[in-house]
Design a protein around this ligand. Sequence first.
Ligand code: GYE
Length: 331
Amino acid sequence: MKIPGNGAAGPALLLCLCAAALWSCQKTAPAQADQGRGIILGFSQIGAESAWRTCNSRSVQEAAAGAGIQLLFSNAEQKQENQIRALRSFIAYQVDVIAFVPIVADGWDNVLQEAKDAGIPVLVTDRKISVKDESLYAGFIGTDSVEEGRNAGRFLLEKFRDRLGGAEPVRIVEISGTVGSSPEVGRAQGFREVLAPYPQFQIVYSESGDFLRSKGYELMRDILDTRTDMDVIFSHNDGMVLGILDAVKERGLKPGVDVVIVTIDAEQAAIDALIRGEINCVVECNPNQGPEIMELALVLARGEKIERLIHVDERVFYEEEDLSALGPRGY
Ligand code: GYE
């Protein structure tokens, strides 16, 4: 699996007392100016694999600055071992709260036990984890990947309603996200759940593109070398779909017309392609989680409990929808 790094240096633990950023991806105002004075939050981010992720990092940094929370921001450059090292350094530093985006769902039990033993509350953000003891973390805030997958499936039910009950198959190529990550698992699950009652929907090929545009392009170019017998391409994120669009066009095919394209995230570039008719449906995944993360961090820093599961708001964008009033996406 080829994973680009974010630079030659090792994962940097940056003391990030972020000044007001020049540009913002946040739609909500930063939480409670100055309420966070004296609070230190250790945040372990996955890396910068997509525009979505960059926006997610910016949202966290801007919201921390707005709340006056001292943020120790660590970039794991796509490696779980770097994230575990970052969490250990937060524990050694005795931060008030730890928050992190788990690159994959498994493998967190030991380090979270260490945080618990040190009395540091942990907030899981964006991606979900699977641990033996649920008390190892305080709660989760992030996106509902299963519902996103369902929404992608529901669009296809509507798009191909004429074929429901008929004999003609709807052949689907799925390009999925990072293997073992909760969005990869959840999106695949929700998608299949909705389509399962209708046997004409057939997933004829499924491969991970690791949420990377470059991988999406390479995979689709290779797939189109051997087969064009597909009605739908379902991409687990917009980054990959942008590469997929390039590969499809290189073959002289019209994306959105010759093959139906469904994707998840709702980056500006994907919305633009939807408006151009090259994508048929974009399921939103909301990266602007910073303000809520800061509010939850303040509660945890006071030693109080938070809700176990919080999903952020998301919607779906469809072809032929009037999106002229839609503001800039910011990512
Ligand atoms: O869809 C993708 C990213 O974890 C939900 O990660 C997130 C996913 C998002 O890089 O673009």
